[in-house]
Design a protein around this ligand. Structure first.
Ligand code: NAP
Ligand code: ZN
Length: 365
């Protein structure tokens, strides 16, 4: 059967040129949210025989998008540039060497790519590759109606998830899955402290609640604490008013918790270490409040602690995550959904730290 080749015109029939004006959020230079321009783009082109073109129905906002938009992330790229790591949609064109997905499949995207040749890439650990990047970093990303992506990064959307939900989870949830399940090996019944109330924190809440883990959440926002309790957190601590390490000691009879998820950093970091029980594990993948955090090393060796870091996760961890959603029926926690052209409002909400869960963009124009 006549699958499209890499020639640009081969996929034209799959994309109804008459019914669409190809749109995307593009940046022409780094800066504030005013740099997010909603405008027409060129036709998507299959860049290699292993690529597919996805008609995106939804994308999600990540902190890395803000870093790229504002110029804090210096990944080499040319302008105009389309940001966005997370997306879900329908395959509308397929390169000739792609076999595991086909036209019309609804897919979500594993967001990591690597050099394709090193030992890490050869063993499906692109997130460890020296040339690792996520969509929207070096290559165009998901804030677009159409996107060319490696076919191997496309996975069937777990049954029961909408396009918005399928776009909401990839980067944050695969990173959290690696941290909590692969590295910290959180077991049912172990106690967990989650610091912050954003994307990573709510992913931790969802996954840990499914393990019947007693959860304490520390947030600077009373409304978020109330929502977290409704989703399974046993205790909420407002870290603006209370030293959460002391409060955790008090809540656990001085023992401390088994695992802490802290992607806030800054002043939280030393308190997170102080919240751990002996033999406890601290996991991190971010530092929104400051990366140069103080560490009392004695806490680590006296208390036999382990500290794990992760930048995204493996394809195998992504598969485990898809399976988790399919089997548990759990759905990623979504804060708000904006139309694509309102990406600036979405960025502002995340930058202010207002979101509880993932902020999603919908391509419904
Ligand atoms: N390495 C990776 O692969 C990877 C993947 C995903 C995310 N990350 C990183 O992990 C970190 C968290 O990501 P996220 O998606 O959870 O972000 P997010 O949704 O914006 O959540 C961050 C949360 O941190 C809390 N916070 C405390 N102090 C803050 C401050 N000074 N500025 C902003 N927020 C502050 C806020 O919660 P409260 O208001 O409740 O306190 C906020 O909701 C980021 O650094 C991100 O880049 C890394
Ligand atoms: Zn590589």
């Amino acid at each position: 059967m006549g699958l499209p080749s890499t020639q640009p015109d081969d996929h034209v029939n799959a994309i109804d040129r008459l019914s669409i004006r190809l749109k995307a959020i593009q940046i022409h230079s780094p800066g504030g949210v005013d740099k997010l321009c909603f405008e027409e783009t060129g036709d998507p082109v299959l860049e290699s025989p292993g690529d597919v073109i996805v008609k995106l129905r939804a994308a999600a906002i990540n902190r890395v998008d803000i870093a790229i938009r504002s110029g804090q992330n210096s990944a080499p790229r040319s302008f105009p540039h389309i940001i966005g790591s997370d997306g879900a949609g329908t395959i509308v064109a397929v390169g000739r060497t792609v076999t595991h997905v086909k036209l019309g499949d609804n897919v979500c995207l594993y967001p990591v790519t690597g050099c394709g040749q090193c030992d890490f890439c050869s063993s499906e650990q692109e997130h460890m590759c020296a040339a690792r990047s996520v969509f929207g970093e070096r290559k165009h990303g998901t804030y677009a109606v159409y996107m060319s992506v490696p076919g191997k990064n496309c996975f069937a959307i777990p049954a029961g998830l909408s396009f918005e939900e399928a776009a909401a989870f990839p980067l944050v949830y695969v990173t959290l899955w690696r941290l909590l399940i692969t590295q910290a090996e959180l077991r049912p019944g172990e106690s967990l402290l989650i610091v912050g109330g954003g994307g990573i924190a709510t992913a931790a809440l969802l996954v840990a609640a499914s393990l019947a883990t007693p959860i304490i959440i520390a947030s600077g926002n009373a409304e978020k604490l109330a929502k977290a309790k409704m989703l399974g957190a046993e205790h909420g601590i407002n870290y603006r008013h209370t030293d959460f390490a002391k409060e955790v000691r008090s809540l656990t009879g001085k023992r401390g918790v088994d695992v802490v998820v802290d992607c806030v950093g800054g002043e939280s970091w030393s308190k997170s270490l102080a919240s751990l029980a002996r033999g406890g594990r601290l996991v991190t993948c971010g530092a929104v409040a400051g990366a140069a955090a103080a560490t009392d090393l004695r806490r680590i060796f006296w208390n036999n602690l382990k500290v794990f870091g992760a930048a995204a996760g493996t394809r195998e961890e992504f598969r485990q995550l898809l399976n988790f959603f399919a089997v548990s029926g759990a759905k990623p926690i979504i804060d708000r959904i904006y139309p694509l052209h309102d990406a600036a409002k979405a960025h502002q909400r995340m930058e202010k730290g207002e979101s509880f869960g993932k902020i999603v963009l919908r391509m419904d124009e």
